[in-house]
Ligand binder design. Structure first.
Ligand SMILES: Cc1cc2nc3c(=O)[nH]c(=O)nc-3n(C[C@H](O)[C@H](O)[C@H](O)COP(=O)(O)OP(=O)(O)OC[C@H]3O[C@@H](n4cnc5c(N)ncnc54)[C@H](O)[C@@H]3O)c2cc1C
Length: 421
């Protein structure tokens, strides 16, 4: 079986050296999906993930129809559906006691017509396990990329700190899939443009009674999202930016508002400690340029999304599919040209930009809802959607499939193992 990278022992104190076709920094949805798709096409990939596992709380776990379609196209849908998940064929919310339907997926031309809620770690484990079954796929946990390697003006790989010391991964292409806080972007001279949002999201867990059903989204004095995670709800509450200070007054305000939004939670939220609350400073930004000679950024590293609409994971997956389709035919043989990398950016930038523009519009409403005591009426677009079922289906298409749905290129994998480097 060919290996994902050719290894050279380091000198007495030098780093271990690995040569591969593609080095991916970050084992999130974007990085793992890209690596999996490339490995399926005979490209050798080394993924560096700084954490020891994929366990991550309070992250995107809405797997949209577009992502399930990708899983279907690569033959992983049945394995995905065998994992614990909850299906949501419509996006509904309770707005001041009134049930509203925001989007309907039931008429989509996709393998599945619903959003599946699944903890992100299960989804990432699935991708990593499927990748490990392929020659050429090498995911290295507890490896934190620290600095980019250069060959003249070209980026030629990445150096990482691993459990056994430093590792240098030399590659024809280095992909930054290291998320919204990517530190290596600056090393590549890529700076995101954008601004912080006017809201923060407070995430916390509340115990769930067996069989208990709570609306996914509730709006009243503030907003509450409650994701069913079996024996607990993963809950989110929006507040004006900086409002959460982690003190008694912030906690009392949170308890009061959550108990008013969902009275069944009153006793449970009373037991929540400030230390159990995680704050997400929402950010919407993107790189103006996603590439350098020898380097490409995808997913949140290229465009950090607001959690509104739960599209981040799915855009990251779509980036990975587009990048793999473009890169797979040549990456096992030659370095990708900058023109090719630019084409990948062009293809994926428009969906990211438009989605971010919609998220910004949405944010003006969320900012008002986040203000304590604000009596926000049902926004006009939501009222219109209630009257026109066709619009709910159109919304379902936009949210569920995104603006430029990508399909996995079915070209056969080259017989990589017959080739020598
Ligand atoms: C609180 C919260 C809730 C969200 N809710 C949703 C939702 O419901 N639905 C949805 O679709 N999206 C949601 N999102 C967004 C979603 O999680 C992201 O858009 C998505 O995970 C982006 O995928 P990614 O692979 O680009 O980056 P990430 O998921 O951020 O993955 C980046 C990976 O890179 C690793 N890494 C970083 N630096 C290094 C380094 N130097 N070396 C090695 N590894 C490194 C990180 O450990 C991480 O595993 C949410 C985000 C947050 C923060």
């Amino acid at each position: 079986m060919p290996r994902a990278g050719r290894e050279h022992a380091g000198g007495v104190s030098g780093p271990q050296r690995v040569e591969t076709d593609c080095a991916v920094v970050g084992g999130g949805p974007a990085g793992l999906m890209l690596a999996l798709l490339l490995a399926r096409r005979g490209v050798r990939v080394v993924v560096l993930e700084q954490h020891g596992d994929f366990l991550r709380d309070f992250r995107g776990d809405t797997i949209h129809p577009s992502t399930q379609q990708v899983l279907h196209e690569i033959g992983l849908l049945d394995r995905f559906l065998a994992l614990p998940h909850t299906d949501m064929p419509q996006v509904t919310m309770r707005f001041r006691g009134r049930r509203l339907v925001l989007a309907d997926f039931t008429r989509l031309p996709t393998a599945r017509r619903c959003i599946a809620f699944m903890p992100q770690w299960d989804f990432l484990d699935l991708l990593a396990d499927a990748g490990r079954e392929l020659p050429g796929f090498d995911v290295r946990m507890r490896h934190a990329g620290t600095v980019l390697l250069r060959d003249g003006g070209r980026i030629a790989g990445v150096r990482a700190d691993g459990p056994d010391g430093p590792v240098e991964v030399r590659a024809r292409l280095t992909v930054l899939a290291d998320g919204r806080d990517s530190a290596l972007r600056a090393d590549a001279g890529l700076e995101p443009v954008g601004r912080p949002s006017a809201i923060d999201v407070l995430w916390f867990r509340l115990p769930r009674e067996p069989g208990e059903h709570v609306p996914l989204m509730q709006v009243g004095d503030g907003a509450l999202l409650s994701i069913d995670r079996g024996d607990f709800f993963q809950a989110a509450h929006i507040v004006p930016r900086g409002a959460w200070r982690g003190d008694d007054a912030s906690l009392a305000a949170l308890r009061r508002r959550v108990a008013a939004l969902e009275p069944r939670f009153a006793a449970r939220i009373a037991r929540l400690a400030a230390a159990d609350v995680r704050v997400l400073h929402v950010r919407i930004d993107r790189l103006e340029r996603w590439h350098r000679d020898g380097l490409l950024a995808i997913g949140d590293a290229a465009h950090a999304m607001s959690p509104a609409g739960g599209v981040g994971v799915n855009l990251a997956i779509q980036d990975a599919v587009a990048a793999a389709n473009a890169l797979a035919p040549g990456l096992a043989l030659a370095r990708p040209t900058e023109a090719l990398l630019r084409r990948i950016q062009r293809r994926r930038e428009a969906p990211a930009r438009v989605t971010q523009a919609v998220q910004r519009r949405l944010e003006t409403v969320l900012v008002r809802i986040a203000e304590p005591g604000a009596e926000v009426p049902v926004p006009l677009p939501l009222r219109v959607v209630q009257r026109l079922p066709a619009l709910r289906h159109a919304m379902g298409r936009c949210i569920g499939m995104g603006l430029r749905p990508e399909h996995v290129d079915a070209a056969p994998a080259p017989e990589r193992h017959l080739r020598t480097r």
